[in-house]
Design a protein around this ligand. Structure first.
Ligand SMILES: [Zn+2]
Ligand SMILES: [Zn+2]
Length: 114
């Protein structure tokens, strides 16, 4: 690799990193306006859960300037949770495709996918 190639690669990396950073900065942690009607939260420390309607959560975000939802018993931040449509287990929302409890898929899988 000659030096101009190196410059090109470095420049590309810098641009890629700043684009990722910008996209990350612009994306709000929770898209309330276009989010689901119900927001679930779970406490990572004691597993207690909380359910907010969209309106309740919007009011909360407005009053708290987008602050964390706090656990009523521990006072520590709660995280977004998902509920399994099959066994109704509530768990920390990640990018998992299957319920950690019953292992069934969390999302409808179209028949064409197979
Ligand atoms: Zn808690
Ligand atoms: Zn399940």
């Amino acid at each position: 690799m000659n030096s101009s190639m190196v410059k090109f690669v470095v420049l590309g990396a810098v641009i890629a990193v700043s684009v990722v950073f910008l996209v990350h900065r612009m994306s709000k942690p929770v898209d309330v306006q276009h989010g689901p009607d119900v927001f679930l939260f779970i406490c990572p420390r004691d597993g207690s859960t909380m359910t907010w309607s969209r309106q309740e959560y919007m009011d909360f975000q407005r009053d708290q300037f987008g602050g964390d939802v706090l656990c009523p018993t521990k006072g520590t931040p709660m995280v977004r949770a998902s509920q399994c449509p099959h066994c109704e287990a509530i768990f920390e929302a990640q990018r998992q495709m299957n319920c950690p409890k019953c292992r069934k898929p969390l999302f409808e899988v179209s028949a064409q996918a197979f």
